[in-house]
Structures are given as C-alpha cells and as structure tokens.
Design a binder for this molecule. Sequence first.
Ligand code: NDP
Length: 322
Amino acid sequence: MKAVRVNEFGGPEVLSVEDIEAPTAAEGEALIKIEAAGINFIDTYQRSGLYQIPLPSTLGLEAAGTVEAVGPGVNRFKVGDRVAYTNVAGAYADYAAVPEDKLVSLPEGVSFAQGAAAMLQGCTAHYLCQSTYKVKAGDRCLVHAAAGGVGLLLIQMIKMLGGTVIGTCSTEAKAELARQAGADEVILYSEQDFEAEVKRITAGEGVNVAYDSVGKATFEKSIDCLSRFGYMVLYGNASGPVTEFNPATLGPKGSLFLTRPTLFDYLASREDLDWRSGDLFNWIAEGKLNLRLEHFFPLAEARAAHEALEGRKTTGKVILTP
Ligand code: NDP
C-alpha cells in the first residue's frame, strides 16, 4: 500500500511517499480502508521533531473509512461498517490497523470527509469549550487563529453555548470566514495590537477565557487580555512553543488560571469519545455545525498540503485522499 513516511525530522520535503506492506488486524483491532485522512497542525510538529515520534513512521492521526477486516475479539464493529477515528498514528496511508476502542461509527448523512474533519479538530474544539473551560452564556471568549480548522469549529460551539467570540486572524478574507462562523468581533492580529483591541471591545473588562493555539507570538498578550479569574488555555504552538513563564505573574493579573491541555487526555475514556464524537455527528447531521471542507490533496501531495498549512494558506480543514 502507499503511505506517507517520515524517515528523518525536517521540513515538508522529508515527507516521502513509499510502498510498504499493508498492516493486518491484530487482536482487538480492525483493518480500515482509509477514504479520507485529516491533516492537522500537530502532524507538522511530528514531522519537524518539535514533538518526537519514533522513526521511521507513517504520519497522520485521524481518518474515516470502511472496516475491511476484524481481528480476534472485535465485537463492536464488522466488515463493511463506516467508521472514523483519531489518536492512532499512521493515517496518511491506504490502510490502517486501529484498536476497536478508538473507532466510532459514522452515521448516515455524515460523509467520510466530514468524519475525518470532525474527529481531531472537532473533538478538540468540543473539549476546549465544554471541559477545559466550560463556556457559560454571556462569557467573553478570545479565539486565536479563528479561521483555522479548530478555530472555525470553536467559534460555532461557543456561540451554541451563548458566549461572545472575539476572533483573531491574519487576513481580511479569513476574518470574513470567522464572522460567517459566528464571531462577534474579529481582530487582524497581523495589523492591529490585539490586546488593545480586546480592551477596547470589552470596555476594559477583558475576556473570561483566551483559547490560544498560536503560542509564542501571542501568549503574553493573551494573558493580559483576561479578566479577573480568567482562564488562559494554551493549546498549541503554531508560531513556536512558549518556553519561559513565571507563574507568580498570574496573581497580580487577577488570580488567573493557566492550563496546557491535550486532546489525548480529553479522549482517554470511551465515554468521552462517544460523548464528543456523538455531539459532533449529531450537530453535523442536523446542520448546526458547519465543517469548512475546501482543501483536498491526494496522498502523493502530502508535502504540498503541509506547505499550505504551515504557510497560513488554508482555512478550515485540510483532507488527504488515498
Ligand atoms: P489551523 O488550521 O488553525 O492552522 C494554523 C493557523 O495558525 C494558521 O492558519 C494561522 O492562521 C495561525 N498561525 C499563527 N501564527 C502562525 C505561524 N507563525 N505559522 C503558521 N500558522 C500560524 O491548524 P489546526 O486547526 O490543525 O490546529 C490549530 C492549533 O491547534 C495548532 O496550534 C494545533 O497544534 C493546536 N491543536 C491542539 C490540540 C490540543 O489538544 N492541544 C489538538 C488540536 C490542535 P492566521 O493566518 O489567521 O494567523
């Protein structure tokens, strides 16, 4: 089968399309014929070595497809079932062997591309506003990279909870997408001082929560956007990792909270996986959650897909099709 492999850490050029032996379903696993794999920013960290993975590896952490075979002990799924999953390595490929406890059924009315688009970024947006900081009606929320994959979903989910969204992004075209998703205000952080703008928009009050996936370039100012007892949720490093921080500064700035969450913890139990993916698929089927699916790349063009994502050329989801 074809797979996109990383043999050494580096830029998009290290992605190599190779013929490797297809996996087989071991005990408790199902063999999935992948129809759509999701590309996520975390894939670029794993490719560059910012997040270390064993080498060589097949990249990719989410996909949707059809069950082709099941190993011993699998009873929840059968051959022919339409399924989706995340948090299992090796999705940039024609086939993947996936533990049954990571798989969810794709309901009628949810396509493979939608399934692949929903799992990692959708479950992330879900845990951020439902669990890490549970948004309440009237909360003011700052969402960075608002037109990105997680960003557009997070805006819509915060609006469902009755929150107000101040989004940030780098271009006017992206700002329009964030507004269409429901953002109440959008700041072009490439041109404006977003901290000053947040203070102006909130009449000096600040926001209850800052969802920051940009990291190094925005971290300090995001903290300064918070109101008393505000939550700083640092969940990504698109501009580079935050490496230095003095927790004592959280006190005088309003007894603030700081957390650095990861999806893996918030999807660790079957209950959480079923809850989050179930909400997502229901909202998609009911038309309450709009997935922006515009960027499709064939497997062989994974390098171009990474270049587009890291070059800030994409909005919403990027899908790889075997
Ligand atoms: P996005 O589609 O949001 O793409 C990243 C966006 O970040 C870009 O489009 C760009 O938007 C913005 N950005 C800001 N600075 C830079 C920079 N220097 N280089 C590149 N992009 C930059 O990606 P995803 O939706 O896949 O992921 C969003 C973030 O969420 C990532 O940081 C990812 O690591 C994180 N994440 C964290 C998870 C967790 O559990 N902790 C799980 C899933 C994602 P603009 O041009 O508007 O600035």
